[in-house]
Design a protein around this ligand. Structure first.
Ligand SMILES: Nc1ncnc2c1ncn2[C@@H]1O[C@H](COP(=O)(O)OP(=O)(O)OP(=O)(O)O)[C@@H](O)[C@H]1O
Ligand SMILES: [Mg+2]
Length: 486
């Protein structure tokens, strides 16, 4: 990231030195001044990411300057410089919101590392702010979120299709948001004042389902004391959402077809047909084409339903949505659990971006919920996610995900870096039988650094040792929490 730095020191030599170091080693823009009041004027003009200031200055000391700058713009990071004798004041400065302090004289690397730390912090913080703003603005679809082009396209089509009478079939793997799309369609239709009735075709046994749907007349069967309204009647004027339509039995498929075609139905045990004014939305995670080929689903019903199709892609194909969704769930579960967790740490986000998500958004939601519960600070850390205890899938051979082109350069790079780290280290550890010291030496990196990379990638030495015991699920209470339901 190219940033903008303001350096304040009453000694001109120090300003020249810093300007030279930063100019030679980085792309950041540097503005310098010997006068703290002038520094405040500069800050007013905006655009600074970092202020580096001396502590002892004649017109105003560094601590006061820090306070005033933070008042004007709390997002600016401040590094204070101090001579060896005044470290205590520097520590006080960090307590008052300084990012870090460095003692003079300093080594070139020390100041450069500190600056880069600030800049990566600034870039994460900026992203966090942007996401919070995006969440605040919303898109008119309550909690249905997404920034990737596929999701934007789905939002556009929802707006287009919702006000019509067209029957909609929503397909996609489990946990991809099919129910949310159904709700959004109803909420943007002319029927929104009327009810949205959801019928889950899986959970109810066939004979019960029929009377649930169409109602029954008194005496239709033993126990039918009186007439009972069905869901179809409840949905009159509104929307009927047939969830898991792929699970509907053949008999009910036929009755459903009639309802769809003629808008007619008959309560169980009744003689008279009734008319229904209903908008139909159906959803399934089954591949209906295959079900048809197997003779389990009526082709004519399929064509009736599939007038307009929304096919929701798996989360792994739209990773660009992960940051936004993660923040959304963070906010949700922080509120539910009465915690103040403002952001997701960079390592945690890196891990979240790299996961496979067989359970899609529901799985991401579970991970964040668990993270919020275990989180002890104001930022969600990679340790809070408890991902390292899950079995690590064998690394796949290198392939550029097709979805990459849908991401911003930054997200795509982050994603590829995470994949690269994981695969490189996986290979390295395999070659060296899980011996970290040897692996580090082989790769020409510090052992501690390798440890950190392994932690970020969720790789553990045990997996690579010759006589590794298979991990037992029962030893892993977190796994049960993590696995997607259903
Ligand atoms: N685009 C999204 N934005 C925000 N939250 C989402 C989104 N998609 C899904 N979710 C959340 O993920 C969870 C699963 O979504 P939903 O129940 O709609 O999935 P589904 O496709 O119907 O899954 P299933 O096939 O298992 O029924 C819900 O808690 C939902 O709120
Ligand atoms: Mg569902």
């Amino acid at each position: 990231m190219k940033g903008c730095i303001l350096v304040v020191d009453d000694e001109q030599d120090m300003l020249l030195l810093l300007k030279r170091i930063i100019g030679e080693e980085t792309d950041h823009k540097v503005v310098t001044t010997t006068d703290p009041l002038e520094a405040l004027e500069q800050i007013k003009t905006g655009g600074f990411d970092l202020m580096i200031t001396d502590l002892k200055m004649p017109k105003m000391n560094g601590i006061r300057l820090l306070g005033k700058v933070k008042e004007m713009d709390p997002t600016i990071s401040v590094i204070v410089m101090t001579a060896f004798g005044t470290i205590e004041t520097a520590v006080e400065a960090t307590r008052k919101g300084a990012f870090d302090y460095i003692t003079k004289p300093f080594r070139r690397e020390r100041i450069l590392v500190t600056i880069e730390n600030v800049m990566s912090y600034q870039s994460v913080a900026r992203e966090n702010r942007a996401l919070r703003e995006a969440l605040g603005r919303g898109n008119g679809f309550a909690s249905l979120l997404g920034v990737t082009p596929v999701m934007q396209d789905i939002f556009d089509r929802i707006r287009q299709v919702a006000p019509t009478q067209g029957t909609v079939l929503i397909t996609g793997p489990s946990g991809t948001g099919k129910e949310l799309v159904a709700r959004a369609l109803h909420a943007h239709s002319h029927r929104r004042e009327k009810r949205l009735i959801t019928l889950n075709c899986t959970v109810i046994p066939e004979n019960v389902l029929e009377s649930e749907l169409f109602g029954h007349v008194k005496g239709a069967f033993t126990g039918a004391w009186k007439d009972k309204r069905g869901l179809v009647e409840d949905a009159h004027g509104g929307t009927l959402f047939l969830d898991e339509i792929g699970d509907l039995s053949p008999v009910l498929q036929t009755k459903m077809l009639r309802l769809l075609q003629e808008g007619e139905y008959r309560p169980v045990g009744g003689n008279a047909t009734r008319q229904a004014d209903i908008r139909f939305i159906a959803a399934t995670n089954r591949r209906l084409k295959e079900e048809i080929a197997q003779g389990r689903f009526r082709e004519d019903l399929y064509y009736r339903l599939n007038v307009i199709n929304f096919d929701l892609p798996p989360l792994a194909d739209r990773r660009g949505d992960i940051p936004l969704l993660s923040h959304h769930f963070l906010k949700k579960y922080a509120a539910i659990n009465h915690k103040t967790i403002a952001e997701i740490g960079p390592h945690a986000m890196q891990r979240l971006l790299a996961l496979d998500y067989p359970g899609n958004i529901r799985e991401l939601e579970n991970i964040i919920e668990r993270g919020v519960i275990f989180c002890r600070s104001e930022a969600l850390a990679v340790e809070d996610l408890f991902l390292d205890r899950e079995p690590v899938a064998p690394a796949e051979p290198y392939a550029l995900p097709a979805s990459l082109s849908q991401l911003s350069f930054k997200d795509a790079k982050e994603q590829m870096m995470a994949i690269f780290h994981r695969q490189f280290i996986d290979h390295l550890l395999r070659e060296n039988g899980g011996n970290v010291s040897r692996a580090a030496q082989k790769a020409g990196i510090q052992r501690q650094y390798l440890h950190r990379l392994m932690k970020d990638a969720g790789l553990m030495t045990e997996h690579y040792k010759e006589a590794a015991e298979p991990k037992e699920d029962t030893m892993n209470p977190e796994r049960a929490v993590a696995s997607p339901e259903g």
